[in-house]
Design a protein around this ligand. Sequence first.
Ligand code: CA
Length: 236
Amino acid sequence: MNTSPRPKRILLIEDEHGLVVTLTDRLLGEGYSVDSAPDGVRGEKLAREGTWDIIILDVMLPHKGGLEVCRDLRGDGIATPILMLTARGEVYDRVVGLKLGADDYLTKPFEMIELLARIESLLRRPALAPNVPGCLTQYRFGSVEVDFRTMTVRRADETPVELSAREFQLLRYFIEHRGEVLSREIILNGVWGYDAMPNTRTIDTHVTWLRQKIEENPRHPQYILTVYGVGYRFAG
Ligand code: CA
């Protein structure tokens, strides 16, 4: 009798045939079930028709680009976690992808172990919006309201909070990992990406900026807490 749990289903939307073959082999070897589509139109159709645990979505695709596919799936309330694949240097695409509802991104070329780690992380991630599992649309802490679809932050009295794209990504990362102690290295990897390695003091600088914008009293933060000798913990 087979008592093993149902394999997690991955939809891979990618047009580089060699990459599809390599990824499929490896993911099958890791116990995942994998289906693939070589263009955005067929990929989106599969995404809508099937039941998936994760969609791996390339940005540059024939017929319909990954960003458009992501936008249209999210627009129709399809909340399956989406991991975008971007080419090196497509910084703009990353930000737009997160804005359009992608959950994470990975820059090509990447190590397989990085991809597997991202997949496991997405599968572990608790759904933030209980009504739409896996879909992060809005989050509120204190008097601050974050809207992930419009990438805007405002106070309950409607005052907008102006964040840079990086500050927004950092805030989003904190929210997604709320309650966890996050080292500076973990935050660097999660927000800046594995291939971009600014000094870890960069994080402290951005945290200072973010605190000035979202904390009632930045000198005595209530939400982005310092964990001495380690990093930070979001307590919102
Ligand atoms: Ca491509």
